[in-house]
Design a binder for this molecule. Structure first.
Ligand code: NAP
Length: 372
């Protein structure tokens, strides 16, 4: 059995990953060990190992790290230096821009994954959450090479920033719970707003109120006025597709708990009908689904609450724009902890396992054919 090590299982992505591994029966196919940087003793799968212990780590065939970029930057090169030749699958962005590392999203780039494995490539990363969700939503247009450019505005959930941030959003909600709703509306609004700027208002992790607010900057600042999150939109999409498509983004954190939403304007290289557009989107993979562009269906199926915890990728509000031929707008929602993070990693581990077993079978058949 292949030995699988998971680091960061307590965090937002790691806990969803562990849940998916259990639900899909994957834990039965691997001998799995959980590592932690802060926890000791018994974990959900037995004795926890120290995530800085290179000896234990290097006994794994596959490592999935959901611990973050600092951890990867520290541990990954040291493991390679001591000669570890196992597979590293990462949720963090640290390795994504390295030329010998593949960003994995198998419904979109299965062939690239297979050839990377054939070429003995060992490092794989999941993509940025909004990138993976956009590619799952628009894969049908990209695969037909129809997209000239994309402009994207994101509405990203608190859990996209991590477990501590989501917990803090809940504390912010709980801080506001004592309200005298009988008050005059303007008084009530002022009382609540004043609470948001009190010194004891919980904002250690998020740095700002997120309840009753939004934060128009995600990740670090780049020199060109972009946030790093916005830069990733174009860089990672093109790396996954092997293309050079202009993709502009404006990324915003909102008070949704789980699920990122994106409003997209897409310019196609050729004009197609609304029906053709919808058919191309809808037929790309089994998870994407076109939602009819009406109020009732949009409010029922195209919200973070509706999608939370599911692999479904609804795409709605699809309209042909009056800006000219080939202009479309749409709105899409996806669970950024599933297709945006844990699911491509889980599936990558499965693909590696299948690939390894196939190779073993071939070797066995070959040896049998040569035995007298
Ligand atoms: P996270 O929730 O902050 O978890 C990372 C680690 O922080 C945990 O493994 C845990 O490590 C520690 N931790 C500190 N406080 C914690 C708390 N209150 N509850 C649970 N764990 C806590 O980070 P994440 O959102 O899972 O992200 C992990 C990596 O995936 C990051 O590089 C991120 O950029 C990337 N990513 C995240 C998302 C997303 O939607 N969140 C999507 C795509 C990619 P110990 O057990 O060792 O203490």
């Amino acid at each position: 059995m292949m030995k699988l090590g998971i680091i960061g299982w307590r965090g937002m992505v790691g806990s969803v990953l562990l849940d998916r591994l259990k639900t899909c029966g994957d834990l039965e196919r691997f001998n799995t060990t959980l590592f932690s940087s802060t926890q000791k003793g018994l974990g959900p799968l037995g004795e926890l190992k120290d995530s800085f212990d290179l000896k234990s780590l290097s006994s794994m065939d596959i490592i999935i790290s959901c611990q973050g970029s600092d951890y990867t930057q520290n541990i990954h090169p040291r493991l390679r230096q001591i000669g570890w030749s196992g597979y590293w699958i990462d949720a963090s962005s640290f390795l994504r821009d390295k030329s010998n590392v593949l960003i994995t999203l198998d419904p979109v780039n299965q062939k690239d994954i297979e050839s990377a494995l054939e070429n003995n490539q060992k490092d794989f990363v999941g993509g940025n959450c909004t990138v993976s969700l956009m590619l799952m939503a628009l894969g049908g247009l990209f695969s037909k090479n129809l997209v000239e450019w994309v402009n994207c505005v994101t509405y990203q959930a608190a859990s996209g920033a991590g477990a501590a941030q989501l917990k803090e959003l809940f504390s912010q909600i709980s801080y506001l719970k004592e309200m005298d709703l009988a008050q005059d509306i303007l008084k009530l609004e002022k009382t609540v707003n004043d609470k948001l700027s009190r010194s004891d208002f919980p904002s250690k992790s998020l740095q700002h109120p997120l309840i009753g607010n939004l934060l128009p900057w995600i990740d670090s600042e780049m020199e060109n006025g972009m946030s790093k999150e916005e830069w990733k939109g174009e860089f990672e999409t093109n790396k996954i597709l092997g293309k050079k498509i202009p993709i502009e983004s404006l990324c915003v954190r909102v008070g949704a708990f789980r699920c990122h939403s994106q409003a997209l304007t897409v310019k196609l290289k050729e004009d197609i009908s609304l029906k053709q557009f919808e058919e191309l989107v809808d037929s790309h993979n089994q998870w994407v689904k076109v939602i009819p562009n009406n109020k009732a269906d949009s409010l029922k199926y195209l919200t973070p609450v509706a999608v939370s915890g599911s692999l479904s990728i609804p795409v709605g509000r699809i309209r042909k724009l009056s800006l000219g031929p080939g202009f479309f707008s749409l709105f899409t929602v996806g669970d950024q902890l599933l297709w945006g993070a844990a699911e491509p990693l889980r599936r990558m581990a499965q693909i590696i396992l299948n690939h390894t077993e196939q190779k073993q079978d071939l070797r066995r058949d070959y040896e049998l054919s040569r035995s007298p």
